[in-house]
Structures are given as structure tokens and as C-alpha cells.
Ligand binder design. Structure first.
Ligand SMILES: C[S@@+](CC[C@H](N)C(=O)[O-])C[C@H]1O[C@@H](n2cnc3c(N)ncnc32)[C@H](O)[C@@H]1O
Length: 248
């Protein structure tokens, strides 16, 4: 188990938050000071506790809930692509917000498509493309084929690569991943649609902001309280996708 904990410690903070719920806290003996600090932080984290209590697959659910509460991105009936969806907490939130199970007969029924490099355990109300790389055009073609009318109202990304620990390199890798999602948005996002992506803040953040401004009417940076203050993680929210032809 110590080996597993070590592996988690090397992953980026955002992933640690997610994987944490798959570790039975307190059940193992930490071997190093670093592992002990990590376990203690997880045990004390109110969002980890709340995720357990509310049956979310990981604490990141609260980031999306908070962003949506303040920014009003999600509506019943929306068709949403959840990029970097494993283990599936954002998709759990989405199923409820867009009414993809049709549980509220008074509003439209939405659609949730989650995609990840990793396996994503099934979730009622969502369709998952597991073991798919979102930087690969073949994955984009699969997404288009699965979306109703090949179109999405919202693209969300909580994607994060495994961190090398070299801040600028990790920043650049995540920026490149987001750039490939902009290619996807050019093809599938309806005019008026929204785009939310996580980046680790750094030298290329303004490049992404500029590219978003070319495509969307409104672009802002958000940092939910559930995102740890010591993390470089921020979210870029872009609303009102311009007409596809004028965005290129
Ligand atoms: C922070 S986790 C996402 C947590 C998710 N939002 C949730 O609430 O459960 C980041 C995810 O991005 C995925 N990821 C990283 N690179 C990817 C890529 N190129 N294509 C697809 N998914 C990727 C990782 O496998 C990981 O599951």
C-alpha cells in the first residue's frame, strides 16, 4: 500500500484530490513523512469528508458545484462533454444539473458524455468513453458521433496530466491539452455555448485567454474555494460561443 500512496503523491494535486477517495484512510501505515502529511491533509479536508457523505466519487464535485452556482453554466437539457472525467464526480453533478435521467419531467432531458484516458466506472445517466486521449483527433471523432446531432451546449475540462514537478513544463503540457479542446469546441460547440477548462497558471495562460476571446464573447478566470489555495490550478470560463465561422 505504501507503493500506491507514493504513486499518488507524485500525481498532480488535482488528481490527488480525486484518487483520495479510493484510499481507505487510516487503514494503512504511512512509511514516510511526506505520506503522513498527505494522509493527514486528506483526513482533515472538509471537501473529502463531504464527498464521502454525499456519495461523490471525489472532492472535485464541489469545484463544479461552486462554479456553476456562481456562474450559471448548466441548464436542464444541456448536452455536455466532460473532459478528463475519471473517476466521475463532475459527471455525477452533471447528470443532476442537466436532467439526463429525466427525473424532473417538467424540464428538458440533457446528455452527459465523459471522456478520460483512464477507465471510468459506469454511472446512470452518463455515457463514458474510457481509455481515450482527448488530444487525439480520433477521440474527437468518437465524441462527435456520440453527441446528439453532433453538437454540445457545454464543454468542461478538469483534465490534468501526470505532473513532472517542473512547474513550467507541467503548465505547458496542460495548456497544450486545452488547445486541443479548443479544436474540439470549434467543431462541436453550438453558437452561444460555454467552455470551462482547468489550467495550471503560468506563462502561457494569456495565450489560452486570447484564443478563448477570439471564440467567445465573455472570458473570465475563476478559482473556487474547493480548489486549494496553494495549488496553481485556475479555471478559465468562456461564455457565448461566437458563430463557428467567425471564430477561426
Ligand atoms: C483531476 S482528474 C478529473 C476529475 C474529474 N473531474 C472528477 O470530478 O471525477 C483529471 C483527469 O484527467 C485525465 N486526463 C489527463 N490527460 C488526459 C488526456 N490526454 N485525455 C483524457 N483524459 C486525460 C486523467 O486521467 C484524470 O482522470
Amino acid at each position: 500500500m505504501a507503493a500506491a500512496v507514493t504513486r499518488l503523491w507524485r500525481t498532480p494535486p488535482s488528481l490527488l484530490h480525486c484518487r483520495s477517495l479510493h484510499v481507505t484512510l487510516g487503514a494503512q501505515k504511512a512509511k514516510t513523512g511526506t505520506e503522513q502529511i498527505w494522509l493527514t491533509r486528506q483526513q482533515r479536508d472538509p471537501y473529502v469528508k463531504a464527498a464521502h457523505a454525499q456519495n461523490y466519487r471525489c472532492r472535485s464535485a464541489f469545484k463544479l458545484l461552486e462554479i456553476d452556482k456562481e456562474q450559471k453554466i448548466l441548464q436542464p437539457g444541456n448536452r455536455v462533454v466532460d473532459c478528463g472525467a475519471a473517476p466521475g464526480a463532475w459527471s455525477q453533478v452533471l447528470v443532476d444539473k442537466v436532467n439526463s435521467l429525466g427525473q424532473d419531467p417538467a424540464v428538458s432531458v440533457g446528455f452527459v458524455l465523459g471522456v478520460d484516458l483512464l477507465h471510468i466506472s459506469p454511472l446512470e445517466g452518463a455515457i463514458f468513453l474510457s481509455k481515450c486521449d482527448l488530444t487525439d483527433p480520433a477521440t474527437h471523432r468518437k465524441i462527435i458521433a456520440l453527441l446528439p446531432c453532433g453538437e454540445a451546449d457545454v464543454i468542461l475540462s478538469d483534465m490534468a496530466p501526470n505532473a513532472s514537478g517542473i512547474r513550467e513544463l507541467d503548465h505547458q503540457r496542460l495548456v497544450n491539452m486545452c488547445l486541443s479542446l479548443l479544436d474540439l469546441s470549434d467543431v462541436v460547440l453550438r453558437p452561444g455555448g460555454s467552455f470551462l477548462c482547468k489550467i495550471w497558471d503560468g506563462g502561457e495562460s494569456n495565450l489560452i485567454r486570447d484564443k478563448l476571446r477570439q471564440r467567445f464573447q465573455h472570458v473570465k478566470t475563476v478559482k473556487p474555494k474547493a480548489s486549494r489555495t496553494e495549488s496553481a490550478e485556475i479555471y478559465l470560463l468562456a461564455k457565448s460561443h461566437k458563430n463557428k465561422k467567425s471564430s477561426n
